[in-house]
Design a protein around this ligand. Structure first.
Ligand SMILES: Nc1ncnc2c1ncn2[C@@H]1O[C@H](COP(=O)(O)OP(=O)(O)O)[C@@H](O)[C@H]1O
Ligand SMILES: [Mg+2]
Length: 260
């Protein structure tokens, strides 16, 4: 049910071995991702955000603590988690349709059915008419939409996004945020996304989780109770922006030895 925890992270620890020691990326991190919500994670550069998403995606193993989805320990990648990560670039030799239907093909869904489903999601993200194009023929924003459609077509429980709009110019970025909200409203999907931008986090999400500098744990969680569509110039928006920025800048200062 909407608002119930889907992903539960408890006392998570992740250490990477280094020559003669270890680098602790995450330590004592606990939070929940709730069904139907958009949850944003913000934190200083290098604090462990991508590591966290990779653990939730099943690409890295925790060193300690637990990560569960629907009450089951996460042991590897699964179709219940859709990923929109920079590193999972589109297949350049496949068309838009070929990229979006890929996951269904792997699952053995019959060709006609896979194509019909892929086309529904291509249309949903606003790329109807572009299904025969190759990634090199698309803008960055369009490629992100293909990646989003490719994640959604498998009907995941949660979509995990790692700084999905980081490489876009400011205008495209704002448009993509609106698109993300439109698609979220149409599908009711649960979304967990990492962003550098406090503005983006407050504009999009129901909950903003601020992480500490490395090793990452929860610094503060903000409930974003603003009605949608949100007005970035409203008093309450700016009040929230100030509160979140304060928490984040304390960590940035700590991470940089009070350099700014
Ligand atoms: N595979 C790895 N081996 C060793 N160190 C790693 C590895 N992956 C990430 N790290 C380190 O863990 C820390 C957190 O990295 P990351 O999760 O990418 O941060 P963020 O996404 O918040 O910028 C960094 O110090 C990074 O260098
Ligand atoms: Mg990262």
């Amino acid at each position: 049910m909407k608002g119930d925890p889907i992903i539960t992270v408890r006392g998570l620890r992740k250490a990477f071995p280094t020559n003669g020691g270890e680098l602790v990326a995450i330590d004592g991190l606990s939070f929940e991702v709730r069904e139907g919500w958009i949850t944003a994670i913000v934190g200083p550069n290098g604090c462990g955000k991508t590591t966290l998403l990779r653990i939730l995606a099943g690409l890295e193993e925790p060193t300690g603590g637990s990560v569960e989805i629907d009450g089951n320990p996460i042991r590897g990648p699964g179709a219940d988690r859709g990923m929109v990560f920079q590193e999972f670039a589109l297949f350049p030799w496949r068309t838009v349709l070929g990229n979006v239907k890929f996951g269904l093909e792997v699952k053995g869904v019959p060709k006609d059915e896979a194509e019909a489903a892929a086309m529904r999601f291509i249309e949903l993200v606003g790329l109807k008419g572009f299904e025969g194009r190759y990634p090199r023929e698309l803008s960055s924003g369009m490629k992100q939409k293909v990646a989003f459609a490719r994640a959604l077509v498998n009907d995941p429980r949660v979509v995990l996004m790692d700084e999905p709009f980081a490489s876009l110019d400011a205008q495209t970025r704002n448009l993509m945020q609106e698109e993300l909200l439109r698609i979220w409203e149409a599908t009711g999907k649960t979304i967990l996304f990492v962003t550098h931008s406090v503005d983006e986090a407050i504009f999009l999400s129901d909950e903003v989780i601020v992480l500490t500098q490395r090793p990452a744990r929860v610094k503060k969680i903000f409930n974003i109770d603003l009605p949608r569509p949100r007005d970035r110039t409203s008093l309450r928006f700016n009040e929230l922006r100030r509160l979140v920025l304060k928490e984040l800048s304390e960590e940035l200062r700590a991470a940089n030895g009070a350099a700014y």
